[in-house]
Ligand binder design. Structure first.
Ligand code: FEO
Length: 397
């Protein structure tokens, strides 16, 4: 059972601290430090619920809420976006309080009706600039957050308490009983904030500076940023805003990721030869080596995001590359990395298309692919290793 936690003024956290969650978006996002589905209760003259929780937790959520308030006192529910981790408890909640007004974007109506059917819910469509008077001199001011990270996303600002309910933006998949970011383990917090940005928001990174500018122009006296996952930010100036502005630029560190899969360790040997050569040519460059089939892809992509170049290896197998590398490259493509060099390498025994396929798919994934490569028949020998310095030189240039 999770009781309410005081956020600020008459605002409480009433969400679900999900210590057991292991994956998100199906199995597409690994969770190593739990997560939370943040729901907020605002009790002014009007009582407002901001978002709910994922469907499997609806019973706990509603029972906890009943211990805090008479559900019939809820005057409106804000649905910041329709994704199931925040709207899953909505059908059960509305079964208890049918007809309660739901404030959301037009796209969120589509999302909710698409998922839960046309149930005649009492939608009130809002857009940027719209306001909801909640009494005691306070208002909720809505800001559309289209494509951050889905078309239906929005945020709202609570005047008086000056809280920005930012939805998924600025969140982290991180369960922290301390509630506030400044009280949390800083290493975990910032790693999870970056991992979330890379794996959820990076495809839309180009929109972020514009949105930050738009929010800045509203001159909102933000004192707290309350996202839909993880810890709440309350220390000013908000380091998470600075980090989002920095991450949106996608400027890498002096780092190279080498990612490979291997059948009989030949491609692995090339990977480590490239690693050693990078350290020889550029001792200050950070090098990280990952066996794709055995490494968590979300963690590796977080490292790719921070890298200026990558080298990807796969042996040729059945006129193709290994399926693990195909899947990894498809995921990398979806994250829309920009401005990174890439090299390909791998062993083959018969037909040998692997390196050319890697180069093609790396280019399709948005990497600047160098011509230099290492393509080794059976096992890498002297001739193959002799190509590594040229590959590394071009990769680091
Ligand atoms: Fe946390 Fe986009 O749902």
């Amino acid at each position: 059972m999770h009781m309410r936690k005081h956020v600020k003024g008459n605002v409480s956290w009433v969400g679900y601290l999900d210590w057991e969650l292991e994956t998100f978006h199906g199995d597409d996002y690994s969770i190593f430090h739990g997560s939370s589905q943040n729901s907020y209760l605002i009790e002014e003259e009007k009582t407002i619920l901001v978002d709910t929780v994922w469907g499997p937790h609806h019973h706990t959520f509603i029972e906890n809420l009943k211990q805090e308030i008479d559900l019939k006192k809820i005057d409106a529910i804000i649905v910041n976006h329709g994704e199931a981790d925040h709207s899953g408890a909505l059908p059960a909640l509305l079964a208890e309080i049918p007809g309660t007004p739901i404030y959301c974007t037009a796209m969120a109506v589509k999302s909710l009706e698409g998922q839960y059917g046309k149930q005649g819910w009492n939608f009130h469509v809002v857009k940027t600039g719209d306001e909801l008077d909640i009494g005691n001199g306070k208002k909720l001011q809505f800001v559309e957050m289209r494509m951050l990270h889905w078309p239906d996303s929005m945020a709202e600002f609570l005047t008086g308490d000056n809280i920005l309910f930012s939805m998924d933006a600025f969140g982290q998949h991180y369960a922290t009983s301390e509630l506030f970011a400044d009280l949390a383990d800083q290493n975990v917090l910032w790693h999870e904030a970056l991992k979330y940005f890379v794996n959820i928001l990076n495809p839309f990174a180009a929109l972020i500076p514009r949105k930050l500018e738009e929010i800045g122009k509203l001159n909102l006296p933000i004192e707290m940023i309350a996202p839909s996952h993880g810890a709440i930010w309350r220390e000013k100036p908000f380091p998470i805003l600075e980090k989002y502005a920095e991450w949106a630029k996608g400027e890498p560190k002096d780092q190279v990721v080498i990612a490979y899969d291997t059948m009989w360790n030949g491609t692995k040997k090339i990977a480590h030869a490239i690693e050693a050569e990078i350290k020889r040519q550029s001792p200050s460059t950070v090098v990280k080596v990952y066996h794709i089939a055995k490494s968590d892809k979300n963690e590796v992509m977080t490292e790719v995001f921070q890298s200026r170049a990558i080298a990807v290896g796969s042996p040729t197998a059945i006129n193709d590359i290994l399926a693990s590398v195909t899947g990894w490259l498809a995921f990398a493509k979806s994250l829309k990395f920009k401005g990174k060099k890439a090299a390909a390498f791998g062993c083959y025994g018969w037909s040998g298309e692997g390196v050319a396929i890697l180069q093609k798919r790396l280019a399709e994934a948005g990497f600047d692919v160098i011509d230099e490569n290492v393509k080794s028949l059976w096992n890498p020998g002297e001739e193959d290793f002799a190509k590594v310095p040229e590959l590394v030189k071009a990769l680091l240039a």
